[in-house]
Write a protein that binds this ligand. Structure first.
Ligand SMILES: [Zn+2]
Length: 151
């Protein structure tokens, strides 16, 4: 799949397909959107919000969550605010999210089945990662955040 994408990109660049997307690093609407990485939202999210290239910083992860004060989503939001001029932040969830109802027990079972050992998981815990909490999903999309997008 990656080879196909690289070939497509080569043609895209040769034909200057990027020209209509040129903008700068500052979001025109001074907006950041934290949302889910769900593939159903790839085009739907900006379309549903009326956003075009250059309008907003869109930060995505599994579930559209800030897990802790120092996680990647928070780091991106801090950069967006202090470096890129963001003034407003929207958190947008969606129905039937794959990150809803996930549990550490499920991940543990899958990781062990793929060859990860409990010794490795214990080593991660010793590094200060609370795997049970880190890999836990949220239980209820409506309470997770405002529901402004439905698909
Ligand atoms: Zn989701």
């Amino acid at each position: 799949m990656i080879d196909q994408i690289i070939n497509y990109n080569k043609t895209f660049v040769e034909q200057k397909g990027y020209k209509k997307y040129i903008t700068d690093k500052y979001p025109d609407k001074k907006l950041a959107v934290l949302s889910c990485m769900d593939t159903r939202l790839t085009e739907l999210l900006p379309a549903a919000l009326g956003l075009k290239n250059g309008d907003a910083k869109i930060i995505k992860n599994a579930g559209g969550l800030v897990i802790s004060t120092f996680d990647s989503a928070m780091r991106s939001l801090i950069v967006a605010i202090y470096e890129l001029g963001v003034k407003e932040i929207m958190v947008v969830a969606h129905s039937h999210c794959g990150a809803c109802h996930i549990s550490y027990e499920h991940f543990h079972h899958e990781m062990i089945a793929r060859g990860v050992t409990d010794k490795t998981l214990d080593t991660i815990r010793k590094c200060g990662i609370d795997l049970d909490q880190w890999l836990e999903g949220f239980k209820d999309t409506p309470r997770h955040c405002c529901q402004r997008i439905h698909h």
